[in-house]
Design a protein around this ligand. Structure first.
Ligand code: PDD
Length: 284
């Protein structure tokens, strides 16, 4: 039986009873994280936990369990679920209370659910590259919060699927923000550009790590916004996220960048692979 985490306890998945009065169900009123597991080791887990507590704090959700204990529970979940390669999904909703827009008073306990999913690393796509399409960013203005209210992101990803693409790259008034579930990057004249970490994007953990690894390696990486025109005139394009790692984009709509991922994208991929190998003991 598949295991899951429910308010601090590891249980069989089918024992979990989510109330229809859960505010996650009514309002999408909650926050979440997706943590990658490689060879049984959690990758960048502390950074994910930090962002989870930050997201919760930004929307006034109190997580009673402390971050260390919470992380131990996720490690225990990974063990009991026998997860070797895949992801841990964890969600914290504001709690259970009859449907009413204001926060419940007095406050109710947050409802915490976690589960695992086996997943292989997308080696073929990472090597060959993928296609993307440019669309308007119609989401709200708090994209820095990893909210479970993902309708805007779901609609954006569906547009990619319908266009036969891997990802949608979104823009606001011609300024590229991010993908539907990834951060977006371009390379121009050996400099990497990505949108600054403000309220218009999620500050991806993969984004933060690749910026650090790239800069330590001497690559010029600028957290400076770029336009859709810059995107089409770029030398290289890639998107990044926990499940897709660094994914080269070799075509955006009708614009082709080359048959293979560009050299800086490949260098960053190599640096991330080496980091994964070090942290999680994985051989690529
Ligand atoms: N998505 N931007 C958005 C909108 C995202 O949803 C994600 C992650 C990212 C990349 O963040 P990170 O590197 O921390 O995974 C950027 C997750 C994986 C998801 O919703 O499944």
């Amino acid at each position: 039986m598949e295991k899951a985490l429910w308010n601090g306890k590891i249980v069989n998945k089918d024992e979990i009873k989510i109330s229809i009065d859960d505010r996650a169900f009514h309002f999408g009123d909650g926050v979440y994280e997706v943590i990658r597991v490689y060879e049984g080791e959690l990758y960048l887990a502390e950074a994910h936990m930090k962002r989870l507590y930050q997201s919760a704090e930004k929307v006034g959700i109190r997580i009673e369990v402390n971050p260390d204990t919470f992380l131990e529970q996720l490690v225990q979940l990974k063990e009991e679920a026998n997860l070797i390669d895949g992801t841990i999904y964890v969600q914290v909703s504001r709690g259970v209370s009859p449907r009413n827009h204001p926060f419940p008073t007095p406050a109710v306990a947050a409802e915490i659910v976690g589960f695992t999913k086996g997943a292989k690393r997308p080696f073929e796509q990472m090597k060959a590259g993928v296609k993307a399409t440019v669309i308007e960013d119609t989401r709200w203005l708090h994209c820095d919060i990893k909210s479970i209210s993902l309708l805007g992101n779901v609609l954006a990803k569906q547009k990619a699927v319908e266009a036969g693409c891997f990802e949608s790259i979104q823009h606001r008034d011609g300024v590229v923000t991010e993908g539907s579930s990834t951060n977006a990057f371009i390379v121009k004249n050996n400099t990497v550009y990505t949108h600054p970490a403000d309220h218009l994007i999620l500050n991806g953990i993969t984004r933060q790590r690749l910026i650090e690894l790239g800069r330590n390696h001497g690559i010029d990486i600028q957290e400076v916004a770029f336009s859709t025109e810059d995107l089409l005139n770029a030398d290289e394009v890639f998107v990044a996220g926990t499940t897709v790692e660094i994914m080269p984009v070799i075509q955006v709509d009708d614009k082709k960048y080359g048959d293979n991922p560009g050299p800086i994208t490949q260098t960053l991929q190599r640096l991330l692979h080496e980091d994964i190998e070090k942290v999680a003991g994985v051989r690529n």
